[in-house]
Design a protein around this ligand. Structure first.
Ligand code: ALA
Length: 450
């Protein structure tokens, strides 16, 4: 009986009282912008160059295609589960309904880690870009052991999220627009300067370089999953969330393929291993003003990634607190803004701490392994729930079940296998800590227990 309680499942339909409810205010358009806001960031602006120079060469465009397929299969699975189960807990919530409490806790724990670290990672990258811009204006910002700029941006985002989600969505829309203009600007300039000689050799590191590159650039796709955490705040979630997820993933895949092909076509891939490869390639072409504009656009781009990932983190955290797996004080909403501000400030402080002290590359690999694990469970969840709950209403049904979710699982596991072993060890330690907390707190305080 005791063992069985580890796998107790949440009912499909949960009733929240009005005090607990978030306010539905987001439209399909907000969601597509949220998706693009979360997806296009440090991945395409930084990792494309690093992966081209060190791992894949011009074939980085194939790494993007491979990682894009994994993302698309997972996105379709997310779309089905979000439309039918909903809630603000994303994969955590689906696992609670499909697999049971213990696995749901581990997935939630893992998502909190992934989202929190990705905000910290992008904050560190953001501070690097800001420093570079100041340097180009001949202003050297004081450097210390603690990354004060990264802490500052986390503080600003914490404030924005406390103010409320509609305001955050407005801010996001403006910045996404700037980010897209920046990319369009790069595409227009770069497309007139391609030298096909730069694409030779196309596979300087062989096929294994392409797959290792895919495991890294997968980071560029992370973020669409954060859309599923907005289900409760969306006016027509069953129609708009699948739409938002699928449109934003396909759109970003196309952008990534175009940008990576152009970037390796305008300069030699060997020159791209730096912290702002897109801007530095334009500098090589002797377009300093364009490079400055792209640098500024990248800063804007990174800001929305952090905002949406931070938003997602607080929603999953909220869902876990509501279920009693974390202290319920975190689920209190502010009477006016209806935002969970205790939880937002608590998370902001922890993220700022890590953003202040961590080196960027350590965090990024961990984000990938955590995300790929969650995606694998989401794909498996589709197959299991189709069997366990055949009559559950599914406003969006992915085609060719179980082929598509199975392909999702295979692609995600394949990419995980190409991450370094040190990343696996760190990840396992994090999961172990999660298991200890579950048995010490969550299991006994779970609403299902009561
Ligand atoms: N996909 C996001 C980025 O590339 C996390 O920054």
């Amino acid at each position: 009986m005791k063992f069985k309680s580890l796998f107790r499942r949440k009912p499909l339909i949960q009733h929240l009282n009005s005090e607990q409810c978030l306010q539905p205010c987001l439209t399909a358009f907000d969601l597509i912008l949220f998706g693009i806001g979360a997806i296009i960031g440090a991945g395409v602006f930084v990792l494309t160059g690093v992966v081209a120079a060190t791992t894949a060469g011009p074939a980085v465009v194939l790494s993007y295609s491979l990682a894009g397929l994994a993302a698309l299969f997972a996105a379709l699975s997310y779309a089905e589960l979000t439309a039918s189960i909903g809630g603000c807990g994303s994969a955590y919530n689906y696992a609670y309904v499909g697999f049971g409490e213990c696995i749901a806790w581990l997935i939630g724990w893992n998502l909190v880690f992934e989202y929190g670290l990705s905000v910290a990672t992008v904050a560190i990258g953001w501070s690097g870009y800001v420093e570079d811009i100041f340097l180009s204006l001949h202003i050297a910002l004081p450097k210390g052991k603690i990354n004060l700029l990264a802490i500052m941006i986390v503080g600003i985002l914490t404030f924005l999220l406390c103010v409320g989600v509609k305001e955050s969505a407005r801010f996001n829309a403006i910045v996404v627009f700037i980010k897209l203009l920046t990319i369009a600007f790069f595409i227009i300039i770069a497309s007139t300067h391609v030298h096909s000689a730069n694409w030779v050799p196309f596979f300087p590191f062989g096929w294994s370089g392409v797959t290792s590159g895919a495991a890294l650039v997968f980071f560029a796709y992370i973020g669409f999953d954060a859309l599923s955490t907005a289900a409760e705040e969306t006016i027509h979630p069953q129609r708009d969330i699948p739409l938002g997820i699928i449109v934003s993933v396909i759109f970003c895949t196309l952008i990534y393929i175009i940008v990576s092909a152009l970037l390796t076509g305008i300069v030699s891939y060997q020159t791209l291993n730096n912290s702002s490869p897109v801007a530095s390639a334009l500098l090589q072409l002797r377009y300093p003003l364009a490079a400055g504009i792209v640098g500024a656009g990248a800063i804007a781009g990174l800001t929305t990634v952090m905002l949406v990932m931070f938003y997602g983190l607080t929603r999953i955290f909220l869902s876990m607190a509501r279920d009693g797996l974390l202290p319920t004080v975190f689920s209190n909403l502010h009477s006016k803004t209806r935002s969970p501000i205790i939880l937002i400030i608590f998370s902001g402080v922890i993220i700022a701490f890590f953003a202040g002290i961590l080196p960027i590359h350590r965090a990024a690999e961990l984000v990938n392994i955590g995300t790929l694990t969650a995606f694998t469970f989401v794909c498996a969840g589709v197959i299991i729930l189709r069997a366990r709950e055949p009559d559950m209403p599914r406003p969006f049904k992915l085609p060719w079940n179980p082929l598509i979710p199975s392909l999702g699982i295979i692609f995600c596991l394949y990419l995980m296998m190409h991450l370094p072993s040190i990343t696996w060890w760190r990840f396992l330690i994090w999961l172990l800590i999660g298991i200890v907390i579950y048995f010490a707190y969550g299991k006994n305080n779970s609403l299902l227990q009561k």
